[in-house]
Design a protein around this ligand. Structure first.
Ligand SMILES: *Cc1c(COP(=O)(O)O)cnc(C)c1O
Length: 456
């Protein structure tokens, strides 16, 4: 055997051993960040003219660098929005890479895009959007929100009078930071409904009634959130839909985090009205157990998205030729060259079936309710609001913001848990409080009990 081949075999064995080991560990070591200088001192030069060799590079990653990362799927990682990709999805992520498929055009990617589209048909079906609705997988919720809002603005600018006007998006202060950031990217203004509680039709009518006519003309979209990142609150989607219909505005639903809960019979009724959306964002890398990164944008009328996103170029014409007819994912979102990032979701869904997914999502909701009960029965903590979806916001009675911060760092330093504080409105001010977000079905009641114990 040629030397290169031996090295390849060894590297493959090393990689497979690492991967199998990692994905069978239900409680991986909770790593700590280190300063860049410290990491540099530990690993030395890694990019050299001769190369340091695969074995060495892999050893540095495995023994040093990965330990300076936080495994997002740790069962006691309840900060931000954690993740918990299935083993099937992770393994198929490797297959996706190995298959080297260009995911922009059907001509090159047909078989792979077919799989993504199977998963997309299913996603559309759980929203209840009408026939003809369809979408594509994106790098995440941010890219999905941007793609949807660019389509919305394109539609608004079909009226030539709007061509030189700066558009306005209405959202609530509970909307994710990416909505505000993407408005900025688009050079659009954003009008915020001043509440982090459930946004409804009355809120929108109140803000709208006070606007001068020229501003009303500039509004091109309303963004409702189906599962706010901070508290899991689902806006009154039916009410927002009615408002948008009446004022002829694009209705976008950001369900990046909450979208997975469309599968949960226990909370599905809260999403009533989502089927009326012009566009929806769902992140399979949050609550649909896909590895990073995988978002999705769904459109009621994909043709509008195509008009806004389809790229032209003399070297691209062949892809749109008669002989290459098929679905081109690049036509419906901001990216041209793209990974087939819906493939791991497709494989995992095909392998496990939808019922397993329903169970795993319900499990997150059950854990949040259980945490709610435990917080109610313990005297040192109290709920700030009832758990919503898989988010729980609660207070450690008597704690200052510093106490919360020290508690977070201490649990992290001990490698025990990652739980971070957040802020919640109190009167006209904001209070620092604690927050849990459950995604991983392997988290146990004992994990919750043990974390609450660290707050005594
Ligand atoms: C996480 C999140 C986003 C951003 O998604 P990324 O995948 O991080 O880009 C947008 N909206 C909501 C509601 C989110 O929870």
């Amino acid at each position: 055997m040629h030397n290169i081949d031996i090295e390849l075999v060894e590297m493959t064995l090393d990689v497979m051993k690492y991967v199998i080991n990692r994905i069978t560990k239900t409680s991986p070591e909770l790593g700590q960040p280190k300063k860049e200088e410290e990491l540099k001192a530990l690993v030395g030069e890694t990019i050299t003219s001769e190369g340091i060799g695969g074995e060495k590079a892999f050893q540095l990653f495995r023994d040093v660098l990965v330990k300076a990362t936080v495994p997002i799927d740790h069962p006691r990682h309840l900060a931000f929005v954690p993740a918990s990709p299935t083993r099937a999805a992770i393994m198929f992520d490797l297959v996706t890479s190995a298959s080297s498929i260009h995911g922009a055009y059907w001509m090159e990617g047909a078989g792979g895009i077919f799989c993504e589209n199977e998963a997309m048909h299913w996603l559309v079906s759980i929203t209840g959007m009408p026939k003809g609705s369809f979408g594509v997988f994106t790098s995440g919720g941010t890219a999905a929100n941007l793609s949807a809002l660019v389509a919305a603005r394109g539609q608004w600018r079909q009226n030539k009078e709007n061509n030189n006007k700066k558009g306005i998006i209405i959202a609530s202060i509970g909307a994710h930071s990416s909505v505000k950031a993407m408005a900025n990217v688009m050079d659009a203004e954003i009008l915020l409904v001043p509440s982090e509680e459930r946004m409804n039709r009355t809120d929108l009518e109140a803000i709208y009634a006070n606007l001068p006519e020229d501003q009303k003309q500039r509004i091109f979209a309303v963004v409702a959130t189906a599962g706010t990142t901070n508290a899991g609150i689902i806006d009154d989607l039916e009410g927002v839909a009615t408002f948008c219909e009446k004022e002829n505005l694009w209705f976008h639903v950001d369900a990046a985090y909450g979208g997975g809960a469309l599968l949960a019979d226990s909370v599905r009724h809260l999403f009533k009205g989502i089927e009326k959306a012009n566009s929806i964002t769902i992140d399979p890398h949050k609550w649909l157990f896909s590895p990073y990164d995988c978002g999705a944008v769904l459109y009621k009328n994909p043709e509008i998205a195509k008009a806004a996103h389809s790229q032209e170029g003399s070297y691209l014409e062949i892809f749109k030729d008669e002989g290459a007819h098929g679905f081109n994912p690049s036509d419906y979102q901001i990216q041209l060259t793209r990974r087939l990032r819906g493939l791991p979701l497709w494989f995992s869904l095909a392998m496990h079936g939808v019922d397993k997914y329903k169970w795993a999502v319900e499990r997150g909701i059950t854990l949040a309710n259980k945490a709610g009960e435990l917080i109610t029965t313990n005297t040192h903590v109290e709920l700030v609001r009832e758990p919503s979806l898989s988010c729980v916001i609660f207070r450690r009675i008597g704690w200052t913001p510093d106490d919360y911060r020290n508690w977070t760092y201490e649990n992290h330093r001990k490698g025990f848990a990652l739980v971070t504080p957040t802020k919640w409105k109190k009167g006209t001010d904001f209070e620092t409080v604690a927050r849990f977000c459950f995604i991983n079905p392997d988290t146990t009641d004992d994990d919750i009990v043990a974390i609450l114990e660290t707050m005594k």
